[in-house]
Design a protein around this ligand. Structure first.
Ligand SMILES: N[C@@H](CCC(=O)N[C@@H](CS)C(=O)NCC(=O)O)C(=O)O
Length: 219
């Protein structure tokens, strides 16, 4: 059986977990934390998530993992048939990752560790996220999904990519992505209402204490 390595508190882990559940692919969830020998054994970057495929190949990077799932399990596709529309899905996934998740992640130590950042860094992060918000507002259809009437990988990717922007924007930048993109809050509530999202969110909450113990333990 396919194994997903990572931990339920991780938003990147949850992108892949949601795609697996949505596609109905059976998997083992192997709880392992970043930069540990167990994680490094399956992913040379030491980051979560990673995957061991049914054929034993070890893969990592959340976007690679969800694209692999589409190739290996084409049934219950999370990509549109039309290649042009599929390009739009990939564009939204990339925008979510580069201009929202990764930008906000720079300020995670400010929220989790109470570490002070210079104003120039805060301004830079905000400007990248504003770029992402503008792109999202331009590209997202909310019809009701990001690209038309069917759920795609763009919806799954964005749902979890938003976790850190939602946290650091209001806490550190006096700016909230949920206000900056019309329709985003309604879409987010719709995405949170599904049984799969509820299960993932419950697993995340249940893992919070163990994850906090892992990050506060001396390395
Ligand atoms: N680009 C990676 C990012 C994964 C990532 O940053 N995962 C976090 C957990 S949410 C992690 O492992 N952080 C530990 C580290 O950066 O050393 C992906 O898409 O899978």
């Amino acid at each position: 059986m396919l194994t997903l390595h990572g931990f339920p508190f991780s938003n990147y882990h949850n992108i892949v977990k949601h795609a697996l559940m949505q596609k109905g692919v059976s998997f083992d969830e192997h709880i392992v934390y970043p930069n540990t020998p167990a994680m490094l054994a399956v992913n040379p970057t030491g980051k979560a998530p990673a995957m061991t495929t049914e054929k034993g190949t070890q893969l990592s990077e959340s976007s690679v993992l969800v694209e692999y799932l589409e190739d290996a399990y084409p049934e219950h596709s999370l990509f549109p048939q039309d290649v042009e529309v599929r390009g739009k899905v990939r564009q939204l996934m990339k925008v979510s990752e580069l201009y929202l998740e990764l930008a906000a992640r720079r300020l995670l130590p400010a929220v989790l560790g109470n570490i002070e950042f210079p104003q120039a860094t805060l301004d830079e992060v905000k400007s990248v996220m504003e770029r992402g918000a503008h792109a999202l507002a331009t590209l997202a259809e909310f019809g009701p999904f990001l690209v038309g009437s069917e759920l795609t990988l763009a919806d799954i990717y964005l749902r979890y990519a938003l976790a850190i922007p939602k946290m650091v924007g209001p806490a550190k930048l006096h700016w909230d992505i949920m206000d900056a993109v019309p329709g985003l809050a309604e879409w987010d509530a719709m995405m949170a209402s599904t049984e799969i999202a509820k299960k993932i969110d419950a697993d995340q909450e249940a893992n919070a204490a163990e994850f906090m113990a892992y990050i506060s333990a001396p390395k």
